[in-house]
Write a protein that binds this ligand. Sequence first.
Ligand code: GRF
Length: 193
Amino acid sequence: MARLAVFASGSGSNFQKLAEYFEDSEHSIALLIYDRKKAYAKERAESLGIKSSYVSYFNRDKEQSELEILEVLKEAKIDICVLAGFMRIISSQFLLNFWGKVINIHPSLLPKYPGVQGIKDSWESGDSEGGITIHLVDEGIDTGPILFQTKIPVQRDRGFEEFEQRIHQLEHTYYPRIVERFVKEEFTESIID
Ligand code: GRF
């Protein structure tokens, strides 16, 4: 029985989908870590009855913030960290404590368009396809080994908003399932759909 913590900075729609998906599982989303007081993810955690912990990154070293997170994770007996819109780079020091146990979702076909505006960059690129990537986290920005990718055509005649919505739908559909497979240690190679 694995205990998972989700890390989010903002809306938390992926957090919610994960929490709902794992409701009937032997594994559990046991904790939300958030770093912005106004993160809507926190409200979602309250409605879902999931414990949440705020960790500040303001006016202190990242190392201090991460040490605090590690303590909270230890106390909650967390096995796996699931990043879902967490707008911080995780240090190698932190990763040593959870080696191979931190995963992330990114709204582009990595290695294309890492960083904070993956959807916009895909849209503006002129590429005919966009998509999502779920990957293990390493010290880089969206660079770790890829577990899963799936794509959709970029239909520019339908506008950016629709593209963005379709990307989020992909995330909501696939992230819970892929996290479940990861928890069950079913990954022997990347799945590129
Ligand atoms: C998602 O698009 C995710 O891929 C990116 O940040 C966004 C988070 O959205 N890393 P939400 O907070 O889960 O709604």
